[in-house]
Design a protein around this ligand. Structure first.
Ligand SMILES: [Zn+2]
Length: 213
């Protein structure tokens, strides 16, 4: 097989290739790709994929701005950063919200728009919820160098919802803790401040659907 350098593999999407592939899928599922309603679907999907996979090969910390604010050593909570991503196992959306908590070091903080951009860049590629959670934690830990950081991602997966009956609305919660926030009692305290996810969601963190993985 032809050797493709890593950077080449990660360059922007190829709309013509996506169009051909989507047309092939339409044919393969027994659709008529010339039917009026789906005739332009390959082009529409190619346009959409350019945006929703726009995070591939992008540095998530590129637009992360840091500030120094005097006496800012207290806990910072950022709640409900919304995100949409694509499950890399089924290429169907998973979406929800990110909760963040960190304890700044040396008064170093960042703003909401920076955090939103980090989450967006990391969401816009084929992803797994657990990896997204860890990547957000790692990017922020590296840039902010906080004393501690906790990331909680709560999401609904359409592959789970559509594959099985009565799975709609089920949420999975994943956590990543770094620094002092990986230690009790700080961890328990911060998790209670972020709000305990509902019991159904919590049970899904321990009982991940094996079909999904
Ligand atoms: Zn999936």
């Amino acid at each position: 097989m032809r050797e493709v350098p890593k950077t080449k593999k990660q360059q922007a999407t190829d709309p013509a290739k996506i169009e051909t592939a989507v047309r092939t899928i339409l044919e393969a599922i027994g659709e008529d790709p010339e039917r009026e309603g789906v005739k332009n679907t390959p082009r529409r999907v190619a346009e959409l994929y350019r945006r929703i996979f726009g995070g591939i090969g992008k540095d998530p910390a590129k637009d992360l701005k840091l500030y120094t604010v005097e006496n800012q050593d207290g806990l910072i909570l950022v709640k409900d950063i919304l995100f949409h991503s694509m499950c890399e196992h089924h290429l169907l959306p998973f979406f929800g919200r990110v909760q963040l908590a960190y304890l700044p070091d040396e008064n170093r903080i960042t703003g909401l728009s920076s955090l939103t951009k980090v989450v967006e860049t990391l969401s816009r590629k084929p992803q797994l919820q657990e990896r997204l959670t860890n990547e957000i934690a790692d990017v922020l830990t590296k840039a902010l160098r906080p004393r501690g950081l906790l990331v909680a991602v709560e999401a609904e997966h359409l592959c789970m919802a559509m594959n099985e009956t009565n799975r709609s609305g089920t949420k999975t919660v994943s956590y990543a803790m770094r620094g002092v926030m990986a230690e009790e009692p700080v961890k328990a305290e911060v998790m209670s401040l972020l709000g305990d996810p509902d019991p159904q969601a919590r049970s899904n963190t321990v009982a991940r659907d094996p079909d999904h993985l």
